[in-house]
Ligand binder design. Sequence first.
Ligand SMILES: Nc1ncnc2c1ncn2[C@@H]1O[C@H](COP(=O)(O)OP(=O)(O)OP(=O)(O)O)[C@@H](O)[C@H]1O
Ligand SMILES: [Mg+2]
Length: 548
Amino acid sequence: MSGGMMVGQVSGGGRVIGPGGASAEGVDAVAIGRDNHGVVMTGDIAASFTVTSPGSAEPRPMLPAITVVSVPAAGMIGLPSRASTVFVGRDKDLEVLGRTLSAGPGVITQAVVGLGGIGKSELALQYAHHHSGTYRLVWWVAAEKPEQIQAALAALCRALCAGTAPAAAAQATVEEAGAWALAWLAASEGWLVVFDNVEEIDHLQPYLGRLTSGHVLITSRRDIGWQELGTVLRLKVLSRPAAVALLLQTIGAPAAPDPALAEELAQELGELPLALKQAGAYIVRTPGMDLASYLRLLRTAPRQALAADPDRRSEVGQVVARVWAVTGARIAQVNPLAVQLLELLACYAPDDLPCEVLYGLDGIEEAAVIEALGLLASYSMINQSPNGLRVSVHRLVQAVTLAGLTDTEHAATRATAAELLQAALPQNPERISSWPRYAWLLPHARTVLAPDSPGMISVIGYLVASGDYRTAHTLQQRCVTALHDKLGPEHPNTLRARANLAYWSGEAGDAAGARDQYAALVPVRERVSGSEHPDTLRARANLAYWSG
Ligand SMILES: Nc1ncnc2c1ncn2[C@@H]1O[C@H](COP(=O)(O)OP(=O)(O)OP(=O)(O)O)[C@@H](O)[C@H]1O
Ligand SMILES: [Mg+2]
């Protein structure tokens, strides 16, 4: 369905109807067509904005032909961080990756699978850095959610077009830019793309099927039939000597004063890289602390009841929980704000939260937040991006931090995290200049915002404006369910949200689904609002429209 249509809804008032007559309705709803100018208001939410999406009046510049865009001679590297300077015990695993990925031709896919904190992402990062010279392009895709994959590919398009067509790349929708990047990869050789932390094989299928040559490295906590795609490397915890080496190198000790003690501590930490690194960071940071006293502290640290887990996950969680109990007690003494920040960070998506979201905390100076984040980073509880603007928290650390909160504390922390995020969302989701910020905040919004919150409505507005109808549809579905549960099936807000859902089903490519949803909606509309009510008429018009 191409553009040329849109309607915005105004609560209790007028409505803006686009040239195509399609509708977006809702006290809680926003709809933005691609070729429209008008005013969209979101009723109760009271967010209003002018649709300035580029349309028929001002056609957008076209993305260049893929054949005319090539990477700079020096190659292009898009990796999230530097490889860790302390890196131990994965020689064989690196060798396996190197061997598999050098076997050609065609697309070669290698999956690295293992428990959280075991070092999958670090291994992929080390491989990518070590071999960056042999690729023309290395690109990292945070792949936990499908829309992150799409956003990372769109970012690749923007990076590739930076020299030749920056305006076209900036104005392309996420879908267009992502498709362009995929086409570029399909037509090129000598690239490596890392899909980090993939949850479902299905999330990759739309992409991998299109590629013909290049290297794909996947990391996943889930061992779910990756062999269908290529080879699988199952990563184990470190060997005992490697675990000891990680501990000692983190501490900066040339050799263990008491080798047996270092081994005991490594074993106590489950030879898990994440826990070893955090324990080492604690020892370095704490005056007078040594292996023996740390081991004593660890053994007396409270064990948290983490969710029962059939495999080793809970065991691993226990290790991280005990490490955190020791570090948390210390951080709480030194800087209680740091503990509060970590709790907030545990409520967002794990990777790449813009730090400025946290600067909105009531009554707290930005400098204090920066200092507290620095403290958390020094204890290896969080990772800051090289420029210090973004922060990531390991998923296990998030889980352990949240497990330490009571239900009431958790709810209060989450509410604060949601407020901060909402305040950080740009006012105008339809403006192209807002899109990069929305793209950064999207995974965090999905994690922390209530499905029918004003912030989520803005996020859905951004997705629609930027052409990601599929994700808009998913989030709108959640909004409908929430409104249905909260207000009932026939409340005007629920019905309007349903109408939007139907419309975006159509825009996402499911015309029959849109038709069926409108067919179900029309009789309810007639009963609730009367057969002459504008909402009813609009639902009927849309039924006709999507019936073809
Ligand atoms: N071989 C290693 N040597 C030194 N440090 C390591 C090693 N492997 C991992 N680490 C460190 O351990 C921590 C956890 O590793 P990483 O983030 O790669 O785990 P992961 O398996 O990707 O976890 P998740 O599934 O939760 O994403 C990181 O700080 C990483 O730098
Ligand atoms: Mg990882």
